[in-house]
Design a protein around this ligand. Structure first.
Ligand code: C2E
Ligand code: MG
Ligand code: MG
Ligand code: MG
Length: 285
């Protein structure tokens, strides 16, 4: 009996695997089609200076407007896009769309200083990266200094020699370089100093309990001191409460992003938001 149960378990396990594989294949095909049919879109989240509420930049965050499943967040499709390599094309689409949107805002006189685009590790190391960035800028007619590229700390710390070369090339083009999710990827200080990085984005896990947890507060203070020493700007991610914002500001971090100010918004809503401003910030200043 045990044997038969075992066999059944194995059979249902392999059946599960087959179903999972079929689902993945279906999703992969759907993603390919989605690219062709324009189902991906960018939403934009403001980076502001506290407490003035000045909009410093817009971070472009990809969404998939799935015909049946509704609006999908990147966590629901980026991992598979990375596994299948489709992330390269999706990433190039994102770069182009962000540059085009930013150029349109510049033409309308409503643009923030810069637009930030997230690069996956695969896109970052892809041979086509530099030409993808320069052709996105050229096609949009956007000056390089209005584009920021975000790479996570763990992506940058993999193969640091290659990372250095890629960053140096991007820097030469004139784009701004940001370390995303800083504090989660075990950077070596020596490399942070060597890399031509402009901005560190403090991961939201450190911001979460900043006003209550003394070790998060100590980490934030240390990041601020270090970034000053290295001449880097700092942006805090995931700011959800005024208490967090105030705790960041007390430690010298004035550039912030988070649900306290705005969620990622469709392009038109983003501009409406920037023009309305953030009155609560000004009142509590
Ligand atoms: P990220 O670059 O670290 O982006 C920040 C994420 O935190 C976004 O999630 C944003 O919606 C969310 N967030 C912002 N403020 C708050 C807050 O106050 N509280 C909380 N709890 N969350 C907040 P999202 O849009 O789901 O994106 C997740 C990740 O997907 C991004 O993390 C980024 O790594 C990746 N991603 C987004 N767009 C792209 C893209 O175009 N290409 C690639 N390769 N990756 C992307
Ligand atoms: Mg980011
Ligand atoms: Mg982040
Ligand atoms: Mg992240």
């Amino acid at each position: 009996l045990a044997k038969r149960e075992n066999r059944d378990a194995v059979r249902s396990f392999s059946q599960d695997l087959r179903v999972a594989a079929e689902l993945r294949l279906a999703l992969e095909n759907e993603m390919r089609k989605a690219l062709e049919q324009g189902e991906f879109e960018l939403h934009f989240q403001p980076v502001i200076s506290w407490p003035e509420g000045t909009v410093l930049a817009a971070e472009a965050l990809i969404r998939w407007r799935h015909p049946k499943r509704g609006l999908l967040a990147p966590g629901e499709f980026i991992p598979l896009a990375e596994e299948t390599g489709l992330i390269v094309e999706i990433g190039e689409w994102g770069l182009q769309a962000a540059c085009k949107q930013m150029a349109a805002w510049v033409a309308q006189g409503v643009a923030p200083h810069a637009v930030a685009v997230n690069l996956s590790g695969i896109s970052f190391r892809h041979v086509r990266l530099l030409s993808a960035v320069s052709s996105a800028l050229a096609a949009a007619g956007l000056p390089a200094n209005r584009l920021e590229l975000e790479m996570t700390e763990s992506v940058l710390m993999r193969d640091v020699e290659l990372t250095y070369e890629i960053l140096a090339e991007l820097k030469r083009m004139g784009v701004r370089l940001m370390v995303d999710d800083f504090g989660t990827g075990y950077s070596s200080l020596a490399y942070l100093k060597r890399f031509p990085i402009d901005v560190l984005k403090i991961d939201r896990s450190f911001v979460k309990d900043l006003d209550r947890d003394s070790s998060d507060a100590a980490i934030t203070s240390a990041v601020m001191a270090m970034s000053q020493e290295l001449g880097l700007a700092v942006v805090a991610e995931g700011v959800e409460t005024e208490a967090q914002a105030a705790a960041l500001a007390r430690r010298g971090c004035k550039a912030m992003q988070g649900f306290l100010f705005a969620r990622p918004l469709p392009a038109a809503d983003f501009i409406e938001w920037t023009q309305r401003g953030w009155p609560r910030a000004m009142k509590s200043a």
